[in-house]
Design a protein around this ligand. Structure first.
Ligand code: PMP
Ligand code: GLN
Length: 381
């Protein structure tokens, strides 16, 4: 394998889902729902295929999707976008991340990024030749330390790669944290790349505010999201990049050599979901909040007290008190001990020891699956 992949292990999600299949364990690991998104959107895919949406779509995405994304940003956040120059469809947010980093980062450029890292950030910053500058979110409350953020910036820093709501901690950055990031970005003339795939999955009184809506930020922010989480279609792999045209163009420049275009029949269906199933994410979030509470209460009762997250699909537990060497050892043993798969967060913290004993459980599963998993955890020794 090429040296640009040195030190990057196979994605933990694939490893752990394979382990769940092999052992018959309840999979509370990889974040995907076990109930699909709206039937009307699924039917729209079938219709698109029948109607002949079977050849290459435009590289930026079909016009209906770009318009629906612009309308989504306007409706929820009051953001004004030109669908022709400020929106680009991507093959999931994963391609958005890859294309943004490959299209913008030069070798040696530093990227300030919140640790724990969603795993593709590490791989793609490295493949782009960038250097990550960590700002660590620590248990138990996983808040952004503004002093640490400021200390992470050097003369070579050019980007902040943000993720809020944050996977895996569930942190939703609040107004002061976002303002601190914006202040630093403006002061040091940084571009912010923000991964907002969990934008609608926030709970209690948490509010997701896109950093691009802060004063002075629209012109320096590239926003990434996708249909996967908000509409329960993780397998569709349709996402979008939005922002000023010079940043969207950089995404397109790289994307044209990665996938050229994204899947044709899915794009009109995603447009339909954004337009006609606009309320789906809200109802999903209400429902997920209940499942979050079910999971967190059950984990507590099983001797695995979880931090109750403000957003995302995930709750994390510190297992140090149980005497395990680290969370990877804990998770490797868990299928046999309890018949459950969870995700070790040690690997999400490659630049510090802060994740050594953290384990992530997903609550984007049916009540029945969560209850089954919890019963197994409670019965384990
Ligand atoms: N970013 C984060 C933070 C994620 O959790 C995920 C996983 N779903 C992605 C990006 C990838 O999104 P997609 O499936 O749309 O490629
Ligand atoms: N984002 C999902 C998670 O964090 C899974 C995505 C993937 O498997 N790459 O579990």
């Amino acid at each position: 394998p090429a040296h640009r992949l040195d030190g990057i292990p196979p994605t933990i999600f694939t490893q752990m889902s394979a382990l769940a299949l092999r052992t018959g364990a309840v999979n509370l690991g990889q974040g995907f729902p076990d109930v699909d998104g709206p039937a009307s959107s699924r039917a729209r895919v079938a219709r698109a295929v029948e109607e002949g949406a079977n050849q290459y779509a435009p590289g930026t995405g079909v016009p209906a999707l770009r318009r629906a994304v612009a309308e989504h940003q306007r409706r929820h956040y009051g953001i004004d976008l030109d669908p022709d120059t400020q929106v680009c469809a991507t093959t999931g947010a994963t391609e958005g991340i890859a294309a943004a980093l490959l299209g913008l980062v030069d070798p040696g450029d530093e990227v300030v990024v919140l640790e724990p890292y969603y795993d593709s950030y590490v791989a793609m910053i490295q493949m782009a030749g960038g250097v990550r500058r960590p700002v660590t979110l620590r248990a138990p409350d996983y808040r952004l330390d503004v002093a640490e953020l400021r200390a992470a910036v050097t003369a070579r820093t050019r980007f902040v790669l943000l993720n809020s709501p944050h996977n895996p901690t569930g942190t939703v950055l609040g107004p002061e944290e976002l303002q601190a990031v914006a202040d630093v970005a403006i002061e040091h003339d940084l571009v912010v790349i923000t991964d907002e795939v969990y934008e609608h999955l926030v709970y209690d009184d948490a509010v997701h505010t896109p950093i691009s809506t802060l004063p002075g930020m629209a012109e320096r922010t590239l926003s990434l999201s996708s249909v996967g989480k908000s509409w329960s279609f993780t397998g569709w792999k349709v996402g979008w990049a939005t922002g000023p045209s010079y940043l969207v163009e950089a995404v397109l420049n790289a994307k044209q050599w990665l996938t050229f275009t994204s899947g044709s029949p899915l794009q009109p269906a995603v447009a339909q979901a954004l337009d006609e199933e606009a309320d789906f994410p809200l109802a999903l979030a209400r429902d997920l909040q209940g499942r979050r509470d079910l999971l967190c209460e059950g984990l507590g009762a099983a001797g695995l007290p979880a931090r109750v997250p403000q957003g995302t699909y995930f709750a994390s537990v510190d297992v140090e008190h149980l005497g395990w060497e680290d969370s990877t050892a804990f998770c490797r043993a868990l299928p046999e001990r309890a018949g459950v798969v969870a995700i070790p967060l040690r690997g999400f913290y490659p630049d510090s020891d802060a994740g050594r004993h953290l384990v992530r459980f997903a609550f984007c599963k049916t009540v029945q699956v969560i209850e089954d998993g919890l019963a197994r955890l409670a019965a384990a020794d």
